[in-house]
Design a protein. Structure first.
Lengths: 368, 361
């Protein structure tokens, strides 16, 4: 293993910096002996464009000789539960990479994405929405991280029909969950040198529920005097996002608002096809396309194989960092960003017409 | 009356926005009473702007003004009586305190008067450059139930439950209103916004109602979109949306996002309507009370409330006044000389009002 690390380090150091391979990092990482041991990661291709984009990740990892090997499991969105063996595998490996699982609209099967998150207690969902150089969007200076509570709130799944024609849906907010998501958000901000955390709420209407969320955020904020904390009502937030997105830095939100804000922020920064993200809990982590819209895609994209693999590639770079393989993560990110910046290989959602495979080939060619 | 109609007709002939002349019935010019609630923050500024412009136009309207502040526990009895008598109300924002204690007076008004539909028209104004073009979206939002039912309780310390109630009755009538609106305004498409993959029963019931009503309007395209995808599509390709019908919370967020992309909540008109009453106010709710600095410097944007009062004039069957007002306001915006801070200028409310009055004919 050490021999492989040495050759990689040599290649890195010998690489001359050219205008195209913009050197993003100047630090060398010093591994501990045995750090290069391959890690196992559960892979769930999912539905729709899922297999396409996870296939892209597999190819790129092969080409990089990354010390990761995948245990693949087929799961469909219309299964009743996530199969036992898959859950065991994720609990054993602690890290999972997945494509989208299509959740059927209407009664019957509950969301498998939700089930995964609840069973593994993956309480924080993180999406980094940032302008990618070379990708022109209507909004500039966007660099927002949306941290969303993943297990309770409006997605508790507790609904019942009181009398025919009247349905009640329970939104549950607990101090426990609100506190830990607030703590995670401030910790993230602290570790990533972020200056501001904004809590998104609707406590003027849902006074008790979102009020409890806000109280928890305020308490945690006191423990981080170096980080600015403010609050914003969610409807104003949506408007500010599209008017002046540069005012936002890290945003912490309950479940539903986080879903909408994350997708809006992803949309203004270039689309959900490019934003990386992941879900993390105390013990496990699942990486998937950052914002949820379009992670299954539509039939046409699947047929023509024109899904955008960039989001999942950048998420797998986050995964490599999580697994303590930062050099691989850096190489992957640099290659992907170079491909986007050059602008020759872009899928339909970015204004081009390439297939997934062409983008993958371009990324592999850009690896060094 | 007929002489006034004649001058009106002559002045209409000068404006180029409409080629249709309105033929009033005898007695249509009788002045109507409208309840006016100035509200908090920038409310008094912008409602005063409307009063001035209505004066200048000699519109057949007179206002019954009532002071209501957001911290009152309930809307005063006399105000409710006045609205029930007049059937139409114009209001500024009422500030709802965050946290426990007083419940929202805006929501209370809507529930008591059963104003079940809230409508915001978000469209690009000529002369106001924005990052998104070809925006012309009408968000029709259910106003009385859903997440805003106000039913919350603390089960045990540290655990709170909030009830979201969806009924077939309310979902059906908002769907019917949305399709009727589309039909009457020559709109081609109605999109239902939901999250029924997660809230299967609640939003599922909403969708069922929309689908049933859609069958009666075969000429109007109907489709559905999940709310998170909708938010993303709004900022990526807003031209795909026409009329959107949504439950309460999603409607709030979608309306504000759409208002934001089309130029800001300071310019979008809107109103709340029920079977018997109508309350007109700034379209999207963000910023309708404003901040202290805007109040002090008197730099609130009156355009949204002016355009909403034009909608009110149409509602009261005074279409020519509505047209004159809209034309004047749009001309002021397209010239770009008098703009408040949220549109990139530095004018005060009064300067904008004077410019609008100068442009009236």
């Amino acid at each position: 293993m050490a021999k492989r690390s040495v050759s990689i380090l040599n290649r890195l150091l010998a690489n001359p910096s050219s205008p195209f391979t913009a050197p993003t990092r100047s630090i060398t990482y010093m591994p501990r002996p045995g750090d290069g041991a391959p890690r196992t990661v559960t892979l769930i291709p999912g539905d729709g464009i899922g297999p396409l984009v996870t296939g892209a990740v597999e190819q790129v990892f092969e080409a990089m000789h990354a010390p990761v090997h995948f245990e693949r499991y087929e799961v469909r969105g219309n299964m009743r539960k996530v199969p036992e063996e898959v859950m065991e595998s994720v609990k054993r490996n602690k890290v999972c990479l997945k494509g989208g699982l299509a959740t059927p609209v209407g009664g019957g099967v509950s969301s498998l994405n939700m089930q995964l998150r609840k069973e593994l207690d993956i309480f924080a969902s993180l999406v980094n929405c940032i302008n990618v150089p070379g990708l022109v969007t209507r909004h500039e200076n966007v660099d927002i991280v949306v941290i969303r509570e993943n297990t309770e709130g409006e997605y508790a799944g507790l609904e019942h029909e009181v009398v025919p024609g009247v349905v009640e849906s329970l939104k549950v907010i607990t101090k426990f969950c609100s506190e830990r998501i607030a703590r995670y958000a401030f910790e993230y901000a602290y570790l990533n040198n972020r200056k501001k955390v904004t809590a998104v709420h609707k406590a003027n209407i849902m006074k008790l529920a979102d009020g409890l969320f806000l109280e928890s955020c305020r308490e945690v904020a006191k423990a981080y005097p170096g980080i600015t904390y403010n609050e914003i009502i969610v409807d104003n937030c949506c408007m500010q996002l599209v008017a002046k997105p540069e005012q936002f830095d890290v945003m912490v939100t309950p479940n539903l608002y986080g879903n909408l804000i994350a997708n809006t922020a992803a949309g203004i920064a270039g689309g959900t096809g490019v934003m990386p993200g992941g879900n993390v809990g105390a013990e496990h982590a699942i990486f998937e396309q950052g914002a949820s819209a379009g992670n299954v895609g539509n039939d046409k994209i699947v047929e023509q194989k024109k899904a955008n693999p960039v989001a999942l590639l950048l998420s797998s770079a986050m995964m490599l960092k999580h697994l303590q393989f930062p050099t691989f993560a850096d190489r992957l990110e640099v290659a992907v960003k170079q491909v986007i910046r050059e602008g020759k290989w872009r899928t339909k959602d970015l204004g081009g017409d390439c297939t997934t495979q062409e983008v993958v080939d371009a990324v592999i060619a850009a690896l060094d």
